[in-house]
Design a protein around this ligand. Structure first.
Ligand code: HEM
Length: 291
């Protein structure tokens, strides 16, 4: 049972204390309590409190507020995203997605994705410096869309632009700014994917787009709207996040050379390094949920 604090001051998650050193600020606040009031709710700062909150059956992702009238098209497209679904509809879509992302499909992609990483690294100079963000983290996840959805490499830059602009849809609906450009980018992406679907129906491949198109659980399949929203969501959710998270993990390794040495000595621990890097330096370190 969680008791909400009665008299703690409101915490500003975008305030100077958090921006200058969020670890120190979190440690300071933890000394005062597990839950602190923030704009629109509470921030949860201990594992015990998080475990209690996660037990809530109706726990779900939540935007503070979006205005659907700013763009009914964008608002409807957000509704179709897995992130914003819960309960039965979420479980239904999740089952179909898991059927599509089966081990064989993921295994088949592994070498191709490794090839994307190696091609970027091969282009680095033998000596001197590279800019990890520009020369790896930025292009890598967008290029992964090539093998993932069998997207032609020539189309990736344009697709990436739609992701960058379309990814601002919640901000745009909340602030009312740039809604038209964001809507256009999302419409362009959905239009492109609709053409791709028509093509794949005639010539299915072994990529994730084709697998999602064909996946069936007890006769239940994704509708066209669901498929296009899901692929758009996966592209948006996977590209900007990965490009921003990778440098955060590298930064942690550089700040902890003993850990970096352990990883170099045993690269099979890469998955542990990713998990720990995302735990200690998560890109989205506070997201609104409702419980
Ligand atoms: C390092 C990169 C990534 C980070 C930091 C990240 C972070 C997140 C976070 C914080 C959530 C919300 C979880 C919640 O609060 O409920 C989420 C959900 C999601 N992510 Fe990622 N993500 C990453 C990569 C990816 C990739 C590569 C994909 C797809 C190819 C992806 C697809 C999704 C989807 C579909 C959801 C919604 C899941 C659901 O609600 O069932 N993400 N991600």
């Amino acid at each position: 049972m969680i008791t909400l604090p009665a008299s703690l001051p409101l915490v500003d998650l975008r305030g100077a204390a958090f921006v200058s050193d969020k670890y120190a600020e979190i440690a300071r606040l933890r000394g005062l309590g597990d839950l602190h009031p923030v704009q629109g709710g509470h921030v949860c700062l201990s594992q015990e409190a998080a475990v209690e909150v996660l037990k809530c059956r109706d726990f779900r992702f939540d935007f503070f507020q979006i205005d659907p009238n700013e763009s009914p098209y964008l608002a409807a497209s957000i509704e179709h995203e897995l992130l914003n679904m819960h309960g039965g509809p979420h479980a239904r879509l999740q089952k179909i997605v898991l059927a599509a992302l089966r081990d064989k499909v993921m295994e088949g992609l592994r070498d191709q994705i490794r090839g994307v990483a190696e091609a970027l690294i091969d282009a680095w100079p033998d000596k001197g410096q590279v800019d990890f963000c520009k020369d790896f983290a930025d292009p890598y996840p967008a290029n992964v869309l090539g093998p993932m959805f069998d997207l032609p490499y020539a189309d990736i830059d344009g697709f990436d632009d739609w992701i960058r602009i379309g990814g601002r849809k919640v901000d745009a609906l909340q602030s009312g700014e740039g809604v038209e450009a964001v809507e256009q980018a999302v419409r362009n992406m959905h239009g492109y994917l609709a053409d791709m679907l028509a093509e794949r129906r005639k010539n299915p491949g072994t990529d994730i787009f084709s697998e999602l198109m064909l996946a069936k659980i007890d006769g239940d399949q994704l509708t066209e709207t669901e498929l296009l929203s899901l692929v758009g969501e996966m592209a948006s959710a996977g590209v900007d996040t990965t490009r921003s998270q990778l440098p955060l993990i590298l930064e942690q390794l550089l700040m902890n050379p003993d850990q970096f040495a352990k990883l170099r000595a045993d690269p099979s621990r890469a998955m542990d390094a990713v998990n720990e890097g995302m735990r200690i330096a998560p890109l989205p370190w506070a997201l609104p949920h409702r419980a």
